[in-house]
Design a binder for this molecule. Structure first.
Ligand code: GAL
Length: 343
């Protein structure tokens, strides 16, 4: 009898728990839905496509029975005026948090001011707004608009590291990148976009690694490809026409442009690893495939998983009443043939 009673009691308790839904004081608890506005600088960007897909997927994994995230994604179409409008719409729509991949980092203050004034936490991703030292050199980590605001943070990776890694992959080759053995590494630099610190630092630090190792270098071509495959192809095709087999290395600030460079190299009948070397950044699956078959020399992992997760974690924490750090960093990693074969 005792057993039957306690079973009954357990059943009654279970029902009352279900009725409460985990809420307090016997009320039917509400589901809290947070509105998340995500502004991407441009949907038509290979790396940021993988990044934003992971961001959305990872938000889903953070949902519980009582907490949901309603994510609204918008495409800035690489136009700052469009993105400013989108951020203003997010504010009027009452977003609980905004995640922004700025079109132009020079507009960071304007965006930060508006979002902070609306008392909405802001997570900046991928394009770091920078402070500059007395010599006008960019300072990573230390932007006043971020440091002065406890509800603003930046999630990214230090692009100097990715440039250095590109250079190091070249230095680890048996001929250290001097594929024609004439004592000079002659290179083509396909630049992302000049306003972007990732492009500036990758351009500078890839070559710096070679020079610091005592190599003689000569820049044959340095041109802006706006992170885009078709522009990487045109720049490389023109460089091959102008300089032919003088080129030892084609450095691309990202894999998107390196894929274009590879198409131009193929079209000219040249071979990566025999006639020249080809480097990118991001470690897109397409680039990893090429490295496996020798069609690209190497790339640098730009960890969109770590970065998107850090952005979501920061957002989730702050929405739950926690505090943000001002900066969250992910590491890059070298990806060459040995690395890919070992995976
Ligand atoms: C870089 C990435 C590029 C491009 C760019 C956009 O970090 O390597 O492929 O996505 O961001 O800002």
């Amino acid at each position: 009898m005792k057993k039957v009673l306690s079973l009954l009691l357990a059943v009654v308790m279970m029902f009352s728990l279900v009725a409460c839904g985990g809420g307090e004081g016997g009320e039917t608890s509400d589901v809290t839905t947070y509105k998340v506005g995500v502004a991407i600088y441009q949907f038509d960007d290979n790396f940021m496509t993988n990044y934003r897909n992971e961001l959305v997927d990872y938000f889903k994994t953070k949902e519980t029975d009582t907490v949901k995230y309603e994510v609204t994604l918008v495409d800035g179409k690489n136009d700052m005026a469009t993105q400013t409008d989108q951020i203003r719409n997010f504010i009027t729509q009452g977003m609980d948090i905004i995640i922004c991949n700025l079109v132009q980092t020079s507009s960071a203050d304007a965006i930060i001011d508006e979002v902070v004034a609306a008392e909405i936490p802001l997570v900046l991703i991928n394009r770091e707004p920078l402070a500059y030292d007395a010599d006008k050199k960019p300072i990573v980590e230390g932007y006043a608009g971020i440091l002065d605001n406890p509800t603003v943070c930046y999630v990214g990776a230090d692009a100097r590291q990715s440039g250095t890694y590109q250079g190091e992959i070249v230095l680890e080759l048996p001929d250290k990148g001097d594929i024609d053995g004439d004592g000079v590494i002659r290179y083509v630099m396909v630049v992302g976009d000049p306003e972007n610190i990732d492009a500036q630092f990758r351009t500078e630090f890839s070559v710096k690694a070679l020079v610091d190792a005592g190599m003689e270098v000569e820049c044959l071509v340095e041109q802006i490809g706006n992170w885009a495959t078709d522009q990487g192809q045109t720049i490389t095709a023109n460089a091959i026409t102008a300089h032919g087999d003088k080129i030892d290395v084609v450095f691309c600030n990202n894999d998107g442009m390196a894929l274009g460079a590879k198409a131009a190299i193929d079209a000219a009948g040249l071979k990566v690893g025999e006639d020249l070397y080809l480097l990118g950044v991001d470690a897109l699956p397409e680039a990893i495939e090429l490295i496996k078959e020798g069609g690209m020399t190497g790339t640098v992992l730009n960890d969109h998983i770590a970065q998107s997760h850090a952005a979501v974690d920061a957002a989730v924490d702050v929405l739950a009443g926690g505090e943000m750090q001002n900066y969250y960093w992910a590491n890059y990693a070298k990806v060459d043939k040995a690395y890919v074969d070992a995976q």
